[in-house]
Design a protein around this ligand. Sequence first.
Ligand code: NAD
Length: 239
Amino acid sequence: MEGKEIDRLREIIADSDNIVFFGGAGVSTESGIPDFRSKDGLYNLKYDIPPEEIVSHTYFVYHTKKFYDFYRDRMVYPDAKPNAAHLYLARLEEEGKLKAIVTQNIDGLHQAAGSKKVWELHGSVLRNYCTRCGKFYGVDAILNSTDVPRCECGGIIKPDVVLYEESLDGDVIAGAVRAIQQADTLIIGGTSLAVYPAASFIDFFRGRNLVVINKTATPADRRADLAIHGKIGEVFSSL
Ligand code: NAD
């Protein structure tokens, strides 16, 4: 990609020294993980029960086996690798320009790319815990089970992922909001900004440059200093 928008993004990044990136599922589609709301996203596949309902707290509690059948199939991608977007953001942090990533993703790919300061608003599929004794488990405990994964104490193991109807972690909210408040540039990428309260955190931004990089239009485009409609991995690769 080349053009005025890419030149402007280059300039903004060169002039910034406290960049925060706020991202969503679109950051990982180029790693082969489907998002929720794109044409080929999970919400447009035909299920008897809508995915929004399956990944809810109520469904987890009352239909735990069916929850896990869907979850293992559609939410966990153990072979996915960081793409150009994850790698570029990790490099920006290493150069001291980027101070934090605030992500709605649960795939751990930012950390796999080398990013250190990552606020995971919705948790991570890589962490799991026993709902009875609290013992922690890796993702293999989920992937290697065919039924409901159970702890050695007999308790049900739950992913450390924020399901619909569950609240976000207070410390994570505080850290994410603080990072956004202190940023001179906020880059929003790969998110429909449809999931609340996560999407509302961008309202804490008071810095100079608001940038949006998304395949399709978002509610933040209107107030952005720069909105680029394209694939985020391709955009970052052109810088
Ligand atoms: P979403 O599915 O609502 O929106 C994704 C957005 O990204 C869309 O606007 C789409 O046009 C855009 N997009 C897709 N591919 C892109 C690309 N290559 N470059 C730029 N833009 C691209 O996702 P959301 O806003 O993150 O909200 C969905 C919720 O689903 C989140 O809470 C998240 O926790 C969860 N989720 C996570 C993963 C993951 O961890 N990888 C995957 C699916 C869903």
